[in-house]
Design a protein around this ligand. Structure first.
Ligand code: LLP
Length: 456
């Protein structure tokens, strides 16, 4: 479910009119619905209640502090993959003891700060990394908890860029190496190797890969027990689908029903379960609102040129992902019944929705059936954009990052101000030799520059 709906031909985020939000926050802007975030989080907790997991929201999916705070207030822990994400979790008021920290390239500084901060669990990805965590923990004389990330070698049947659980991946270690890993490192006095972690890919639209991964994990837990190593926690990662098109993803209940029968016997033996959902919580809790700058026809193709493209939402051009796009105020006759590739309304025509950047790959949708009436000045909403939207946005072509707005009921609050041109360049420095204000050379250079002006 989500709280973006058309009423009388106009899009609302909860009870706030999206065109009003765009008028005050400007475009491009991301708009998040607090009620949707909370509903998704609660549904997840409910669905998995028999194994009472710690839900560690995956910060990378949408890292805005306002969003993190909403989930933290619900009791969420956080799944981080960098010192920056741990910093955000802390800033959002999440205790470090409820945070897990994965990622194949943790630096010494990040590891040290995480240990000193009282991190809940390192999700360790390699032998060398374990040795480094153990060395740093030993030097600090601080105990820290570590889970080994394993690759159960299942095919999640998703985009190859986001498949992570196959054997040949940079993440984790394969199952055959896991027992050796415990035999080698399982008795370290400071880095306490006590858990298993897996994340097989994202998004995963069938429950079978989870069933297969959980079965293999349970077998490994038994083998490790026979080797004398008790597993205290299992982190099943994230990757549950979201509805990019209407009812595309199985309900959370179905994922839970596949996993729980396999996980419950371990839970009953005292194993603590952790989940790391990102997309399933935040994807449908966010839209991207854009303004149409121009329309044009090249050959037979009609283009809708918006004020942001792949700089604000990279997924369509990077993964070929589908995002439903529709005008914010289409009128009642043009309000679509469902969010699908072809909404089959009269007066629609296939068009490309593109951004302003100087790349042919800068698009949000190709050959998309949209109202033929869309014109300059209209607002468009890109749906299911909450996950991996703003968090993957770039400043390419010196585009200021979009604003972010959090809606609760009828109230809309800016939770990240739009960047200005000044903030775009604030970290850049002029090399001293070229400092135009201070050197004689520069005076000459600027005089020469004037002489070379296009219109002298
Ligand atoms: N845990 C780990 C270790 C992960 O690597 C990820 C996502 C998650 C949890 C959360 O997965 P989720 O529940 O959000 O699917 N940029 C891509 C997705 C990359 C996912 C990276 N890892 C996209 O836009 O689809």
């Amino acid at each position: 479910m989500d709280c973006f709906s058309y009423r009388n031909g106009e899009l609302y985020a909860e009870d706030a009119r999206v065109s009003d939000i765009a008028a005050s926050a400007g475009t491009p802007c991301y708009v998040y619905s607090q009620a949707t975030l909370e509903d998704h989080y609660d549904r997840l907790v409910d669905a998995f209640r028999p194994i009472d997991p710690l839900v560690c929201y995956s910060v990378k999916s949408c890292s805005n502090l306002g969003v993190l705070r909403v989930l933290a207030a619900r009791g969420a822990g956080m799944d981080a993959v960098s010192g920056g994400e741990l910093y955000r979790a802390k800033a959002a008021g999440v205790p470090m003891s409820r945070c897990v920290y994965a990622g194949v390239g943790k630096t010494d500084r990040e590891i040290r700060e995480a240990i000193l901060g009282g991190l809940g669990l390192f999700n360790c990805e390699s032998e060398e990394e374990f040795e480094n965590i153990a060395r740093i923990a030993g030097e600090l004389r601080r105990e820290t908890r570590v889970a080994l990330r394993i690759n159960p070698d299942v095919d999640p049947k998703t985009h190859r860029y986001t498949s992570t659980g196959k054997k040949e991946t940079k993440f984790g270690v394969d199952l055959e190496r896991a027992r050796r890993f415990f035999a080698t490192y399982g008795r370290d006095p400071f880095a306490r190797l006590e858990g298993l972690h897996l994340h097989i890919g994202s998004p995963i639209y069938t429950v079978d890969p989870y069933r297969e991964a959980m079965t293999k994990t349970a077998a490994l837990v038994d083998e490790l027990a026979r080797d004398g190593f008790a597993i205290r926690s299992i982190d099943l990662g994230g990757g549950f689908g979201a509805d990019y098109e209407s009812a595309q993803s199985p309900p959370l209940r179905e994922y839970a029903e596949a996993i729980i029968p396999l996980a419950k016997p371990l839970f009953d033996r005292g194993v603590r379960f952790i989940l790391e959902p990102g997309r399933t919580i935040v994807a449908n809790a966010g839209i991207l609102v854009l303004s149409v700058l121009y329309t044009k026809t090249s050959g037979d193709k009609r283009f809708i040129i918006c004020d942001a493209g792949m700089n604000a939402l990279l997924r369509p051009s990077h993964y070929g992902s589908f995002h439903f796009i529709w005008p914010v105020a289409p009128g009642e006759a043009m309000t679509p019944a469902r969010r699908t590739l072809d909404p089959k309304l009269p007066g629609t025509v296939a068009q490309d929705v593109v951004g302003p950047l100087c790349e042919t790959g800068d698009f949000l949708a190709l050959d998309r059936v949209l109202p033929a009436s869309i014109r300059r000045g209209d607002l468009l909403a890109v749906f299911t954009a909450g996950a991996y939207g703003m968090s993957m946005a770039s400043r390419y072509n010196s585009s200021p990052l979009p604003a972010e707005v959090l809606v609760s009921g009828a109230r809309a609050q800016v939770v990240r101000a739009r960047e200005s041109f000044e903030t775009l360049v604030e970290h850049e420095r002029t090399p001293t030799a070229l400092d135009l204000r201070r050197t004689e050379v520069a005076d000459g250079a600027s005089a020469r520059a004037d002489a070379g002006a296009i219109h002298a």
